[in-house]
Design a protein. Structure first.
Ligand SMILES: CC(C)(COP(=O)(O)OP(=O)(O)OC[C@H]1O[C@@H](n2cnc3c(N)ncnc32)[C@H](O)[C@@H]1OP(=O)(O)O)[C@@H](O)C(=O)NCCC(=O)NCCS
Length: 265
């Protein structure tokens, strides 16, 4: 794992749960985990009433079961990444992947309590095994040498378990300067409550601060353009990707604002 992201992982691991204070009064220039919108306080209050106190953590391959479950709960079957692809991404570059979690007990009421009964979530720590760590949202990325997301970037080398490659022609390119954001999803029971923006904005800030890449690229359906624009992404135009039937739009968040805007794939 790159050293800068290792430091970041330590910071994220030690991060306390989001509280009203931490999200409502960020210092100027501070990397708040929550987007600076006036509606955030009520969103956070609403989440609190539901027993949701979100905290962000980097993901790794130990989160595979949870990520596989969430990916297939949130995405249409033809768009969801396969378990194998998720395993590759979490194992190869988990430092580029983030989860938004909440703790919960079986007696928790509301949607969180309902959700916790549906499957066996891992305990949050071994001292209190009844307190579960519930994955509510995740964001899974790799890096690529291309400026935008391509079908090759979305694919993965099928022999990755036996043949390690730093810069394979498909999948994660360790030297690439483009973070390709492949999956952003929120569990259906918790969509429309601000969690997607919380995760996306905290992630883009972290990647920018770490200096691990020059830009973040993604492809999305037309209906999500406004969602990504709200987090600072620019609409580029139709994507060449044919994944999941094609018809995607290229979106880009370039950290080098003076960078050229050429569409060099
Ligand atoms: C897209 C997604 C990550 C957004 O997360 P969220 O927590 O629901 O979103 P937030 O509450 O932070 O923000 C709400 C905004 O999301 C967008 N949005 C959410 N669901 C939407 C939908 N079905 N259609 C269009 N826009 C939608 C809207 O811009 C909305 O803003 P509005 O409430 O002012 O209309 C989530 O809906 C999801 O997981 N969807 C299924 C997986 C998916 O398609 N991911 C996107 C891949 S490109």
């Amino acid at each position: 794992m790159p050293r800068d992201l290792l430091a970041d992982k330590r910071a994220l691991d030690g991060m306390s749960e989001l509280s009203r204070d931490t999200v409502s009064r960020p210092e100027p220039g501070e990397n708040s985990l929550v987007p600076h919108r006036s509606s955030n306080i009520s969103q956070v209050e609403r989440l609190k009433k539901m027993g949701v106190r979100p905290f962000a953590q980097l993901l790794n391959v130990e989160d595979l079961d949870d990520c596989d479950w969430l990916e297939h709960a949130a995405f249409d079957a033809n768009e969801a990444a396969t378990r194998e692809k998720l395993e590759y991404r979490l194992q190869t570059c988990g430092e580029l992947c983030s989860g938004l979690f909440s703790s919960a007990y079986a007696i928790t009421s509301g949607p969180l309590g309902e959700l916790i009964k549906t499957r066996n979530f891992p305990p949050i720590d071994s001292a209190d095994t009844d307190r579960k760590r519930v994955l509510l949202a995740h964001l899974v990325s790799t890096k690529a040498a291309s400026r935008f997301v391509t079908d090759d970037a979305m694919d993965y080398p099928k022999d990755w378990k036996t043949k390690y490659q730093l810069n394979p022609s498909t999948g994660h390119n360790e030297d690439g300067q483009t973070v390709c954001l492949h999956s952003l999803c929120v569990h259906p029971s918790f969509q429309g409550k601000g969690l997607g923006q919380i995760l996306l904005k905290s992630y883009t800030q972290r990647i920018k601060d770490s200096g691990v890449a020059s830009r973040i690229a993604l492809i999305c359906r037309d209906r999500y353009i406004a969602f990504y624009e709200r987090a600072g992404f620019k609409k580029i135009g139709p994507s060449k990707c044919q994944y999941g039937g094609g018809n995607w739009v290229d979106m880009l968040l370039d950290f080098d604002e003076g960078g050229d805007d050429e569409w060099n794939y």
